[in-house]
Design a protein around this ligand. Structure first.
Ligand SMILES: Cc1cc2nc3c(=O)[nH]c(=O)nc-3n(C[C@H](O)[C@H](O)[C@H](O)COP(=O)(O)O)c2cc1C
Length: 326
């Protein structure tokens, strides 16, 4: 299946694995790229640029296909060494960077000069247009359904994607709520050139996270996510657990007086405990509504092959039937 996204990134299938904190290690990124998608290493999970360089080298040893690195620009008290991370990306010969969070404009000239394509993750049409205007090569349009940070507008992909299609000239992928061949065909129908998946890729054999995390995803339904940190305008969609219930109780009690310090126990530094040690109640961790569509733990290759076979059958059979009937 050729789309503007497969052409832009030199990949076989229009499927991207979004950067995920403490999930997007070399093993997963390489598995996705080897299966014909675009795997992405999460830059900031590596504590220093030297560690990111080592993770890139590890991924390079596992695949000869293109893969990317995610750089998340979030408002943090002490800013990570972004120039150092970018140097590691460029020195490592990585040709795709997924940016997210704050405007990546400052870093685009360096990346573009080195021939790197930049896909920026946006949760609104206005941010997508901004990304286009500053020279990003593509956008990942992240709807309200998504795991992680859906922004504050709460527009689901059935509206957000066609709105983006109407406005954008650069290619975009649909992100948030994507799980299978139906998702891919729907994304293409709504105007996207492919799809980005987060939560679905966690429940795969190669995802280097604790089995408890994968089992929690398979066990959960679409009713089991919650939005936290809305009063801080830093909304995150997470899987419900005891820590999330505690956090929501604090939000209710403190109302507009809530500060980040009040929720720090539930959200700061919890990812290694959850993803690596499987301590499922250690805090709030990102998870999309799509969890309701995830019922198994296949290999990445099986997952991507299944998605592509299902998408092609849907287009050639089910949809073709309606066109013929018209
Ligand atoms: C556990 C987890 C961690 C994530 N961490 C990041 C991150 O560090 N940076 C980022 O840009 N997006 C992050 N995301 C968002 C994903 O890249 C992707 O946009 C999102 O998961 C898409 O929605 P879906 O989960 O419905 O597929 C994370 C998502 C999950 C589920």
């Amino acid at each position: 299946m050729k789309t503007r996204i497969t052409e832009l990134f030199g990949i076989q299938h229009p499927i991207i694995q979004g950067g995920m904190h403490y999930v997007g290690f070399a093993e997963l990124a390489a598995a996705v790229s080897n299966a014909g998608g675009l795997g992405i290493i999460t830059g900031l999970t590596q504590k220093t640029p030297a560690l990111l360089a080592a993770e890139i080298a590890k991924c390079r040893a596992l695949t000869d296909k293109p893969f990317g690195v995610n750089l998340t620009f979030l408002p943090t008290v002490t800013s990570p060494d972004y120039p150092g991370y970018i140097k590691a990306i460029l020195d490592g010969g990585v040709k795709v960077v997924e940016t997210a969070g704050n405007n990546p404009q400052k870093w685009l000239p360096m990346l573009h000069e080195a021939g790197v394509k930049v896909i920026h993750k946006c949760t609104s049409v206005r941010h997508s247009l901004k990304a286009q205007s500053i020279g990003c090569d593509a956008v990942s349009v992240d709807g309200f359904e998504c795991g992680g940070h859906p922004g504050e507008d709460d527009i689901p992909n059935f509206i957000l994607l066609p709105r983006a299609a109407d406005e954008l000239k650069i290619p975009f992928v649909a992100s948030g709520g994507m799980a299978d061949g139906r998702s891919l065909v729907a994304a293409l129908a709504l105007g996207a050139d492919g799809m980005n998946m987060g939560t679905r890729f966690i429940a795969t054999k190669e995802a280097p996270v604790h089995q408890n995390v994968k089992d929690a995803i398979v066990a959960a339904s679409e009713l089991d996510t919650r939005l936290v940190m809305r009063p801080l305008r830093n909304t995150e969609r997470v899987l419900r657990n005891a820590a999330v219930d505690r956090l929501l109780e604090k939000e209710k009690t403190l109302g507009a007086n809530l500060k980040f310090e009040d929720v720090v126990d539930e959200v700061a530094g919890v990812y290694p405990k959850i993803m690596l040690e499987g301590a499922m109640e250690a805090g709030a961790w990102s998870c999309g509504l799509v969890v309701g569509l995830i019922h198994d733990i296949p290999t990445v290759q099986e997952l991507i092959d299944r998605i592509m076979a299902e998408a092609e059958a849907l287009i050639a059979q089910r949809l073709a039937r309606f066109a013929a009937a018209a």
